[in-house]
Design a protein around this ligand. Structure first.
Ligand code: ADP
Ligand code: MG
Length: 234
């Protein structure tokens, strides 16, 4: 994957929410990302459309440091992701710093990856309690509001196996939002769904965009890209 777009960080005086510059990623001898650049201002939706195998998932995984990069820079809200400068050289950041920054980047994958042994509500309150130390009652109040927002309040006590793929994806979005992320990454969030379930999930994503969430969306949905994307890259 390559892109030609280059926008210096803060060129217009404001800090981009997502900044990637000259990102290179190799898997062994396979050079998958060859100098990828991306600048997403706060509140914008950046859609990535591209052929299978071109490195879209890998790039999203690099953005929240689920993958190491071999060259380049990634920053979220002005803070370098995954690495820090030590005596003028880049070192991988501490696990603690990486985890803190990762908790500010929400991710929704193609395959619903809810915890199967927890209800919809249980899935949503888990990380705020465990990672953020929120009280259970506060987390429940927030989770109910999020379930309302994604149209799933009546399924709060259902387990993932009792939900359709589209319903599971909407819970997965609510679960990511529960951490109050600065940015949401979507990796083909609707492509494993039966066609009649795609619309509900896209509507939740559109609403999120209208509410001002900064988003990077890998999708095949051209309509969504046209309607919601501020910037579409092929
Ligand atoms: P896309 O999401 O655009 O379909 P991917 O990012 O999944 O593409 O994959 C890009 C390329 O990187 C593919 O050739 C894939 O086989 C390879 N790749 C992805 N993950 C790994 C990995 N963990 N190890 C080795 N190769 C990988
Ligand atoms: Mg992919």
């Amino acid at each position: 994957m390559t892109t030609s777009e280059t926008t210096p960080a803060g060129a217009d005086g404001s800090q981009p929410m997502v900044y990637a510059h000259d990102v290179h990623k190799h898997f062994g001898r396979h050079h998958v990302l060859r100098g990828v650049n991306l600048t997403v201002p706060k509140g914008r939706v950046h859609v990535i459309i591209g052929p299978s195998g071109s490195g879209k998932s890998t790039f999203l995984r690099c953005l929240n440091h689920l993958e190491r990069i071999q060259q380049g820079e990634i920053a979220i809200d002005g803070e370098r992701m995954g690495y820090r400068l030590v005596n003028g050289r880049l070192r991988e950041d501490s696990g603690r710093n990486i985890a803190r920054m990762q908790s500010e980047v929400g991710m929704v994958f193609q395959r619903f990856n809810l915890f199967p042994h927890m209800t919809a509500l249980g899935n949503i309150i888990e990380a705020p309690i465990r990672v953020r130390g929120m009280s259970k009652s506060d987390a429940m109040v927030r989770a109910n509001a999020l379930l309302q927002r994604v149209g799933m309040i009546d399924k709060a006590n259902q387990f993932p196996s009792q939900l359709s793929g589209g319903q599971q994806q909407r819970v997965a979005i609510a679960r990511a939002l529960a951490m109050e992320p600065k940015v949401m990454l979507f990796d083909e969030a609707t492509s494993a769904l039966d066609p009649e379930l795609v619309g509900d999930v896209l509507n939740v994503m559109k609403q999120l965009a209208m509410d001002g969430m900064t988003m990077v969306v890998v999708t095949h949905e051209m309509g969504f890209a046209r309607d919601v994307g501020d910037h579409v890259v092929f």
